[in-house]
Design a protein around this ligand. Structure first.
Ligand code: TRP
Length: 363
């Protein structure tokens, strides 16, 4: 790679490659990503990040993912932080809102849910690593879908539960909140080892639009998230635990936390789905090991592993054993609308994290 690649070269190139792998034209995804980066897209990547985004480990403001499901090719998704001219927690949130406004009419973005709760996340001096992130979901032959992620800890971890309680109440989803907390939070750990990390909203105006509540479980075991998942009808808690152990390991996840999310759709006042996210990069030595595990998980759930290998090839050309972090998370989605497995992919625009294993070099 030459020294003068820009940020958009390093993110847009891999994105175009992923579009090809899933069989969709790259123009619109790349154009939208370019819009999110603003003028910073042209900044040379070797100048380092203009803003230390928490989206990716190397502070890249975007992360990609492939969401496998039973009925169609995997959806391609971008999780991104919009970058303001002068980036800050608040100005990046404003940049995200302007970006959405600019595309609202053409792409059918609805602010109905966001309008009801936006003020709860307004802070003079926001706490935490972000206020609002975006996700863009691309499926063949359909308009992209947009989602916002809001930070429940924006007024501090101690106030997160109140923020979420009020937000869910306004969205008409308050009924089962206490029950979720009772199952997902270990005694006395709310705001400590069990944290309310994201409240996510689909930005389209249809009955199947979702609200998702995410909790991060620090130093948790697979059985802790299995218990959290057990209140959702139809979810097999043993399957959740088995997925965590297969993606991570059997024991306490004492590096990055296990994350779980509850999904609400339409007017149903109880969660209809549960997803678990395993930060696989912290529980493998290198990306070769991560790839083997992900292939096994995909095969186990009946998905095509050759497409995944092509996606890895599109995102990076470095030997997999030379770093760790190309696959930051792998997740299992249970319940409607589309159960399946999601694999997250980092383009490593700003740097590669060295492997933890030392492999013998064959001379
Ligand atoms: N980089 C952050 C983390 O790893 C946020 C994040 C990005 C994340 N993608 C994610 C968290 C997927 C959970 C799942 O925590």
């Amino acid at each position: 790679m030459t020294q003068d690649h820009s940020l958009i070269d390093r993110l847009g190139g891999p994105l175009a490659g992923l579009c090809e792998v899933v069989g969709m034209p790259p123009e619109q995804p790349v154009e939208l990503l370019t819009g999110l980066l603003g003028p910073h897209g042209a900044r040379p990547a070797n100048a380092g990040p203009v803003w230390p985004s928490d989206i990716a480990d190397d502070h890249s403001p975007a992360e990609f993912s492939l969401a496998y499901n039973d009925n169609e090719p995997p959806a391609l998704r971008i999780l991104a932080e919009a970058l303001a001219l002068t980036p800050s927690l608040r100005s990046n949130m404003d940049a995200a809102e302007s970006f959405l406004q600019a595309h609202a009419d053409r792409l059918g973005i609805s602010f109905r849910h966001l309008d009801r709760i936006r003020d709860l996340f307004a802070a003079e001096q926001p706490h935490g690593p972000f206020v609002l992130w975006l996700s863009l979901v691309f499926r063949s032959d359909r308009r992209p879908e947009f989602k916002v992620y809001l930070n429940p800890e924006v007024h501090g971890a101690d106030n997160s539960s109140e923020v979420v309680a009020e937000a869910l109440h306004r969205l008409g989803l308050g009924e089962t909140y206490q029950k979720m907390l009772d199952h997902a939070v270990r005694p006395g750990e709310l705001g400590k080892r069990d944290r309310l990390t994201f409240l996510a909203l689909d930005l389209y105006d249809e009955p199947q639009a979702r609200v998702k509540l995410y909790l991060s479980h620090h130093e948790a075991r697979a059985r802790d998230v299995a218990r959290a998942s057990s209140i959702v009808d139809g979810v097999d808690a043993d399957e959740v635990a088995a997925f965590c152990s297969a993606a991570g390991f059997r024991g306490r996840f004492d590096r990055r936390p296990l994350v779980g999310s509850y999904t609400f759709t339409g007017d149903a006042d109880r969660p209809v789905g549960y997803s678990v996210y395993v930060p696989i990069r912290d529980y493998v030595g290198d990306d070769l090991e991560a790839r083997f595990r992900v292939q096994a998980l995909l095969a186990w759930h009946g998905f095509d592993t050759t497409l995944f290998d092509r996606a890895l090839g599109a995102i990076s050309t470095r030997p997999l054993a030379d770093g760790v972090g190309l696959i930051p998370h792998v997740s299992l989605r249970l319940g409607p609308p589309r159960p399946g497995v999601t694999v997250y992919l980092s383009a490593e625009a700003y740097g590669v994290i060295p492997p933890r294993t030392v492999r013998a070099k064959v001379a």
